[in-house]
Design a protein around this ligand. Structure first.
Ligand code: SF4
Ligand code: SF4
Length: 304
């Protein structure tokens, strides 16, 4: 893909955004090291890697979407400033969205850290007091002076802007997010972020989806399980809704793996409902179609 883009005269680069949670992708330095260790490296791919929301996940542009949940969304600035985007997604299960494909890759993938928090949670971070060691590191990174540390750290909710900087900084994981959000709302919010990532890029975005190693949980987990279906192939489209709908249908029509997390439910028609009974994964597709991001109708053209 990179070679083809370069042949056409494009200035290609690889990109990703920092994570909301603690780990090896929560700032650009750790993120670049992790990427290079995993082969996303100039010496392998022949193009540079740019962390799209900057050193600490604060580099974003507010994009006006004027939708149900958000008037504007906080999209990583590199994504906003790019002339074209080719989104490469791994299709797999996701505990909050049912599945993760092109829409989630766009919306969550290009959301800045504060944007990811807006999608994930309706409440702000809070301190688990029994873990707090009063080191005060959280105070030094908080851009809103929203933390005090007396006996234990305390977040002043009326001032906190939900950037999640404290959460990824605390060396004792004492600041945590409330991950439970309304499961319809989180899908719709991610779709609104996808709309923000697509803003101003009509006909300048393409989507490639790998339906291989279809794991039951999202790739952000530090563990995973055997694929729920066998490898199906690679899809390409200019419509993020159509490609996700097609991937979902292909997975649902493929033989389920009884040795996977599907277990006895391996014959259920909706593979992701079998994995996550409380999640209706079609919410993201229905809402994305409703706000004009694409169509759930598609035609598969087999290139084999
Ligand atoms: S960084 Fe963590 S341990 Fe240190 S004061 Fe803040 S909450 Fe407590
Ligand atoms: S989320 Fe951001 S603004 Fe809120 S307390 Fe943490 S660092 Fe401060």
């Amino acid at each position: 893909m990179v070679d083809l883009i370069k042949e056409k005269g494009g200035k290609a680069f690889l990109t990703d955004t920092n994570t909301l949670y603690v780990g090896t992708r929560s700032n650009a330095v750790d993120h670049l090291e992790t990427a290079i260790l995993n082969g996303f490296d100039f010496s392998v791919v022949g193009v540079p890697l740019i962390i799209a929301d900057g050193l600490k996940g604060k580099d974003y542009i507010s994009i006006p979407v004027k939708l149900k949940h958000f008037q504007e969304v906080k999209i990583a600035s590199t994504a906003c400033l790019s002339d074209f985007i080719l989104t490469v997604s791994h299709f797999k299960g996701a505990n909050l969205h049912g599945f993760g494909g092109a829409l989630k890759n766009l919306g969550m993938g290009f959301g800045s850290r504060a944007g990811k928090l807006q999608q994930h949670s309706d409440v702000l971070p809070y301190v688990e007091e029994n873990k707090c060691k009063r080191c005060r590191k959280c105070i030094t990174v908080c851009p809103a002076d929203a933390i005090t540390v007396e006996n234990k750290a305390k977040i002043l909710e009326e001032i906190c802007i939900g950037c999640a900087e404290c959460s990824v900084t605390c060396p004792h994981q004492a600041i945590v997010m409330e991950w439970k959000s309304d499961l319809t709302k989180i899908q719709e919010k991610t779709v609104e972020y996808a709309a923000g990532a697509l803003y101003g890029k009509a006909d300048k975005v393409g989507f490639i989806t790998f339906i291989t190693n279809v794991s039951p949980v999202c790739d952000c987990f530090g563990w995973n399980d055997v694929p729920i279906v066998g490898d199906i192939g690679i899809l390409a489209s200019k419509d993020p809704v159509a490609i996700d709908q097609a991937a979902l249908d292909l997975v649902n029509h493929a033989p389920g793996n009884p040795e996977s997390q599907l277990g006895e439910k391996y014959t259920e028609k909706d593979r992701f409902k079998a994995l996550y009974p409380s999640v209706d994964a079609t919410i993201q597709l229905v809402y994305a179609e409703k706000i004009g991001l694409g169509s759930r109708n598609y035609k598969l053209i087999d290139l084999n």
